[in-house]
Design a binder for this molecule. Structure first.
Ligand SMILES: *Cc1c(COP(=O)(O)O)cnc(C)c1O
Length: 381
């Protein structure tokens, strides 16, 4: 990072705020010599279940594994169809194909970037077994419009909450936390996620004791007691060091989420002052949502040129996602074509993630907004 440049995210600044607490937690685990699962992991599972208001949580080795374990617990088998969004990270879909399932895509809503309930309804067939909504960039999907209709058909919902730790939504006259709406909620604690570990880690939240017990077996080779295997699971456990670190960071997550929300509000003001509405569409917090701004993603005209210009001005930005999942070469066998999901495809050409992390400062955000304004004023001449 060149000096004076503004990064997309800055884990060093965040670490500096909790360094002493984390070192103490890590040393406690090292002295215990209990490195995989064990009491530290059990404590984290209990604390995070309390935070999420989930009946149970079962940790595992990554967000990708959380999705795979969830679909295993929901008995996804070869030929089963699973409906999901074409606008997400790769793992949302590869977990389906890994089990031999068939991904069926439904297009997104242009405003929230999330999967659209009417399109999900159209995608249901007699072979639909599950639904994976992704709360993309930290804002929850409008599931109240679809989840009841699906569950009455026996279709289970496994939320992909990898980007939405701490998000909630007011619906059906209650507050629903990400990960507790469907049968299962899958989380990633990849270091750059809002609640990040110091390596790979993940978790499944469950509203059912039965599913949670099954997940606890599946993550240890399908074994409930030593060397006796009732079914074939995988090896996917959380390290105690990650759990100890996550316990520290969980204590601060509300503050950090509010800081992200405050930074998003500031972007809103800075862009309004510069009257860039013709070129930049800001992310929308849809009514009832608590957006956690895992990413602050705008739609920009001439996006690629803008990104290049920002880089020259020392402002980092990222494209999430440059290619919709139905157009990935490895999913060519599914038979989808360009034009099948026009909203998702349009977004892949316009989306640009601006710097967003809890410690981002107002002067840095001013520089981001100024650089964007400079780009468009130059182009206008
Ligand atoms: C990060 C992410 C995952 C995968 O999580 P890992 O912990 O990296 O395996 C899955 N889905 C979405 C939407 C993600 O952003």
């Amino acid at each position: 990072m060149e000096s004076g440049s503004i990064p997309s995210f800055d884990l060093k600044r965040n670490y500096a705020r909790v360094e002493a607490e984390i070192k103490e937690a890590v040393e406690r685990v090292m002295a215990s010599t209990q490195f995989i699962l064990g009491p530290e992991v059990a404590e984290f599972e209990r604390e995070v279940a309390g935070y999420l208001e989930a009946k149970r949580t079962v940790t595992c080795a990554s967000g990708t594994d959380a999705l795979i374990l969830a679909l295993m617990a929901l008995d996804i088998e070869p030929g089963d169809e699973v409906i999901t969004t074409p606008f997400s990270f790769f793992a949302t879909v590869s977990c389906i194909t890994r089990l031999g399932g068939r991904p069926v895509f439904a297009d997104i809503e242009p405003a929230s970037y999330n999967i659209s309930a009417p399109h999900v309804r159209e995608a249901v067939t007699a072979r639909t077994k599950a639904f994976i909504p992704v709360h993309v960039f930290g804002q929850m999907c409008r599931l109240e419009d679809i989840i009841g209709a699906l569950s009455s058909k026996g279709i289970a919902t496994a939320e992909d909450c990898a980007q939405a730790f701490g998000a909630h939504r007011r619906a059906d006259s209650r507050i629903i936390r990400a990960g507790t709406w469907g049968e299962l909620g899958c989380f990633s604690f990849f270091p750059t996620k809002n609640l990040g570990a110091f390596g790979d880690a993940g978790m499944v939240a469950s509203g059912s004791e039965k599913l949670a017990d099954r997940l606890s077996r599946l993550r240890v080779h399908g074994s409930a007691s030593s060397y006796l295997h009732d079914e074939i699971g995988i090896n996917s456990r959380m390290d105690a060091i990650q759990a100890a670190i996550l316990r520290v960071r969980l204590r601060h997550i509300e503050t950090w989420t509010e800081e992200r929300r405050e930074a998003a509000r500031r972007y809103g003001l800075l862009f309004a002052e510069r009257a860039l509405g013709e070129h930049i569409e800001l992310p929308v917090e849809t009514p009832g949502n608590r957006h956690t701004y895992h990413q602050y993603v705008v739609r920009a005209t001439r996006r690629d040129e803008l990104q290049k210009f920002l880089a020259e001005r020392g402002v980092a930005s990222r494209v999430y996602y440059p290619l919709a999942l139905h157009l990935q070469p490895c999913f060519g066998y599914l038979g989808y074509r360009k034009g099948d999901f026009p909203e998702a495809e349009k977004l892949t050409e316009e989306a640009l993630a601006l710097p967003m992390f809890p410690e981002l400062t107002m002067p840095e955000q001013e520089r981001v907004a100024d650089a964007i304004a400079e780009f468009y004023s130059k182009r206008a001449k």
